[in-house]
Design a protein around this ligand. Structure first.
Ligand SMILES: Cc1ncc(COP(=O)(O)O)c(C=O)c1O
Length: 433
């Protein structure tokens, strides 16, 4: 059956960004079952035994408590499960010297829902028919922002400045404040910190500068801390969360071992949150309470913050080191390869300057060499201008064993070396042809 779709139906049934290529990856893995294929494409976190044990312990505690029936046999409020909200308020006030009250917290079914609600509550067609944009100040960005708007052409992204450390084979993206426009046509601003896919961490100064640009227009700024402290603390560099005013700090417990339970937490201005809460009531009533209840226990007793810093962070940081060291040994110095500074998250981002083919073609070569990564062009939602750089990058996931990452990087280095040797640089128009 092929039911007719509304405009929104059409917009929402498109597969955006990385989801579009996941189909190809799943098919490749299916056809090559039993073959020696290293999959470094996944964004799904690994099961870390200590983290699994923490959630198992919290589940036992919940099941043994008289609260269990209240949690799973009853509806709750749209704002979230009260003990979780109280635990977050206490923890953040103590940790960061804030004065949050329970009205400053909203729990959603995963943090993706926060971006969906905000994008459509603040972005899209306004009452007077003007299109309010959702601004991504720095591109590349999380592909999930590409699909969140119910109206087309709402998400716009800005090209970054590149800080290149030639001798070191590393680089870092910086927001380009000369280009960035936040004004009365802006509905809201969103960025991830640490960033998926690049591992970039915007500095406190850059964050304040972006937030300040939005203040005169009353525009909310959502800081996506899916990888940030205090949970899951997947920052490998100093990172002080920024709060207050128009900033909505958005947490996810997915990389802290609970992706299946869908727990997202927005912290910010009560008026902004009450708009998102009403949206949530209409969309899904509230997030699952079981996930919220075990999260409340693990936050209140400090175990989640502790396991984040002492287990989750070193677990992935070591994998980044394995990846970087293998690339440094295996890639020749005279190839213009640049690894984004590994400041956090669970990915590495590799830029191959003047790559003599597109990232898609390279992805096909790499599959034949036995390693799957994600072509970088999937990670520029909202950036429509042509820019060769978009076809010169790869996202490499750290969600594999150290051995797989090392072997995968050896295969990747061999393929890249061969590609540069066999095809000297082609003009950009040819690369895209
Ligand atoms: C940067 C970023 N934001 C948000 C999400 C969505 O997370 P959640 O599971 O909380 O919806 C992800 C998931 O990978 C992500 O990488």
């Amino acid at each position: 059956m092929n039911p007719a779709l509304s405009q929104i139906g059409q917009q929402m049934s498109q597969l955006t960004g990385v989801r579009a290529i996941m189909k190809d990856i799943i098919e490749t893995l299916r056809l090559n079952r039993g073959q020696d294929l290293i999959n470094l494409s996944a964004g799904n976190p690994l099961i870390v035994p200590e983290v699994e044990q923490l959630w198992r312990d919290c589940t036992h505690e919940l099941m043994a408590s008289p609260e269990f029936g209240q949690v799973v046999c009853r509806y709750g409020t749209s704002q979230g499960y009260e003990p979780l909200i109280a635990a977050v308020v206490d923890d953040f006030n103590r940790r960061y010297g804030l004065n949050l009250t329970e009205r400053n917290v909203l729990v959603t079914p995963g943090s993706q829902a926060i971006y969906f609600f905000a994008t459509n509550a603040f972005g899209g067609l306004s009452a007077n028919g003007e299109l309010k944009k959702v601004v991504l100040p720095l591109s590349p960005e999380y592909t999930g922002y590409g699909g969140v708007s119910l109206s087309p052409n709402t998400v716009v992204a800005y090209r970054p400045r590149l800080e290149i450390f030639e001798a070191d084979h590393t680089f870092k993206y910086r927001p380009d404040f000369q280009q960035l426009h936040i004004d009365e046509t802006t509905g809201c601003v969103i960025f991830s910190r640490p960033c998926n896919p690049t591992g970039n961490v915007l500095t406190d100064v850059e964050v304040r500068q972006i937030a300040d640009l939005a203040v005169p227009y009353g525009v909310p700024v959502l800081i996506d801390a899916a990888y940030g402290p205090p949970y899951p603390s997947l920052n490998f560099t100093e990172l002080a969360p920024v709060f207050g005013g128009n900033i909505v700090h958005c947490l996810s417990l997915s990389k802290a071992g609970l992706p299946g339970e869908r727990v997202g937490i927005a912290i910010g201005d009560r008026e902004i949150l009450s708009v998102l809460e009403a949206f949530q009531t209409n969309a899904c009533i509230h997030a699952s309470r079981y996930g919220q209840a075990i999260a409340a226990l693990a936050i209140a007793n400090g175990a989640l913050a502790e396991v984040s810093v002492n287990v989750i962070r070193p677990f992935y940081q070591r994998k980044f080191t394995v990846l970087e060291e293998t690339l440094r040994t295996a890639l020749p110095n005279d190839i213009p390869w640049f690894l984004h500074r590994g400041e956090g998250a669970i990915f590495a981002w590799l830029w191959l300057r003047d790559l003599p083919m597109t990232d898609w073609e390279l992805y096909q070569h790499l599959k034949r060499a036995g390693v799957i990564v994600v072509p970088g062009s999937s990670f520029f939602p909202g950036l429509t201008e042509p820019w060769r750089h978009k076809q010169e990058c790869l996202r490499i996931s750290l969600t594999a064993s150290d051995e797989e990452i090392a072997l995968g990087m050896q295969r990747l280095a061999a393929t890249i070396t061969q590609v540069y040797q066999e095809s000297p640089s082609r003009p950009y128009s040819d690369v895209l042809a």
